[in-house]
Ligand binder design. Sequence first.
Ligand SMILES: [Zn+2]
Length: 99
Amino acid sequence: MRQHGKLEYGGQATPQRTCVGCRVRTAKSELVRLVRVEDHVVPDLRGRLPGRGASLHPSLSCLELAERRRAFPRAFRVAGPLDVSRVRAQLEGDHANVM
Ligand SMILES: [Zn+2]
C-alpha cells in the first residue's frame, strides 16, 4: 500500500534583496525594483520589465546614497553615469504627487 503524502511548501523563505543605497538586506517586497533603460534608471513599478534589476528602498536618502557610491553603474554593469531623475521623481511623488 502506498501513501500519497502531501508536499509541503511552508518552509520557503521570503525572497530577500539588498538595497543598493544603504546595503541593508530586507524582504524584496519592501524594496523598489529598478531597471536600466539606456542611460536612465527607471522604477519597475509592476516588476515586469526585463533585464538586470537593482533594488532600492523607496526613500530619497537611499537613492542619494546609491548615487554617491556609484552603485547604479556597478549594479547594471555599465561604465557611464546613469540618470536617476525618473527614480527621484517617483520617490518625490510618493510624498507630494508632483508630476
Ligand atoms: Zn536602503
